[in-house]
Write a protein that binds this ligand. Structure first.
Ligand code: F6P
Ligand code: MN
Length: 329
């Protein structure tokens, strides 16, 4: 039985990085406990305010955010924290060498219905030690991530983590409180017949995405000559987890529903960490044309279209978008 601590030692993970990962995953245990109690812990329902994105916050969004923020502020290696729920990054310890970004509670609409939710995190280097960190310091492309992962609070609590060139999956043992390695090298098949999209937004998509989904729905009667299956957890953590387990394609594409926003998902807290996991597991992640990890961020809260998962399927979506762009001239 390899615990998370054993694993971090085994891969000779840098001490600062190990400590920050341990802080985040320890908070994950607290969030998992609260979720297990559910209504009995008074964690369900609305917080009564909106976040910087104009979304109604749930009690657990606020609680998970505060737990992570407080724990990381006390970690001497953490120079600053950026959260989906906060307007600006929060400086932490000026001598810290790491920046931590997180979506404290992904899939908030699932909280009140006892369905899967998660915490997504990304760790970047801090380059101005000795000075207080600012939003600007977090604007690094996804390729710079030193580690990324998520906690999935499902029927069991699981951790997916990448710090080397592989993705490792852990299960939280509720009896001992240890994260135990259950999959040492997660690999995604290049082909798939399963896809995830919120189809109710069909009329807001661009033509190549509409064409792609039309082809999948046509199944064996259409140009793809085989049937496809849909799954939608409504928590990115859940859909990405399924893809790491058995392949698939997940997309929250560009749509015109969210005025002046490229899509729904956030580059820094969702797309980048998930893209690193997916690529390290052999899959691909793009905004439909460009590799997500290469995007130079301009705003800590920026949104980005996301297409990720099994390589051949992601490439096919990309080809359709490129063909469409070429036709437009
Ligand atoms: O964080 C945004 C998010 O909750 C993702 O986790 C999820 O994939 C998506 O939004 C669900 O969106 P919708 O409400 O459109 O189904
Ligand atoms: Mn989210």
């Amino acid at each position: 039985m390899t615990t998370l601590t054993d694993y971090l030692n085994h891969v000779s993970c840098d001490a600062a990085l190990s400590e920050v990962i341990t802080t985040v995953t320890d908070v994950g245990k607290t969030i998992a406990q609260l979720l297990r109690k559910g209504a009995l812990a008074d964690i369900l329902g609305e917080a009564g305010n909106q976040n910087v994105q104009g979304e109604d916050q749930k009690k657990l969004d606020v609680l998970a955010n505060d737990l992570l923020l407080d724990a990381l502020a006390q970690n001497s290696h953490c120079a600053g924290v950026a959260s989906e729920e906060l307007d600006h990054a929060t400086p932490a310890n000026v001598d810290g060498s790491l920046l931590v970004l997180f979506d404290p509670l992904d899939g908030s609409s699932n909280i009140d219905i006892n369905m899967a939710v998660g915490t997504i995190f990304s760790i970047l280097p801090y380059n101005r030690q000795g000075q207080a960190s600012k939003d600007q310091d977090f604007l690094q492309p996804g390729t710079k991530q030193l580690a990324a992962g998520y906690l999935l609070y499902g029927t069991s609590t699981m951790l997916a983590l990448t710090i080397t060139d592989t993705v490792v999956m852990f299960s939280l043992d509720p009896d001992t409180g240890d994260y135990i390695v259950v999959e040492e090298q997660v690999q995604i098949d290049a082909d798939t017949s399963e896809y995830s999209i919120n189809s109710s937004n069909y009329r807001y998509w661009r033509a190549p995405m509409q064409q792609y989904i039309d082809e999948l729905i046509a199944g064996e009667a259409g140009v793809r000559e085989r049937d496809f299956n849909t799954r939608w957890v409504a928590a990115m953590v859940g859909d990405v987890h399924r893809i790491l387990c058995r392949g698939g394609l997940f997309t929250y594409p560009f749509d015109t529903k969210y005025a002046n926003k490229a899509g729904k998902l956030r580059l820094m807290y969702e797309a980048n960490p998930m893209s690193l996991l997916i690529e390290r597991a052999g899959g691909s992640a793009t905004d439909a044309v460009n590799r997500i990890l290469d995007i130079e961020p301009t705003d800590i809260h920026q949104r980005v279209p996301v297409v990720l998962g099994s390589k051949n399927e992601v490439n096919y979506v990309r080809e359709l978008h490129l063909q469409h762009a070429n036709k437009q001239g």
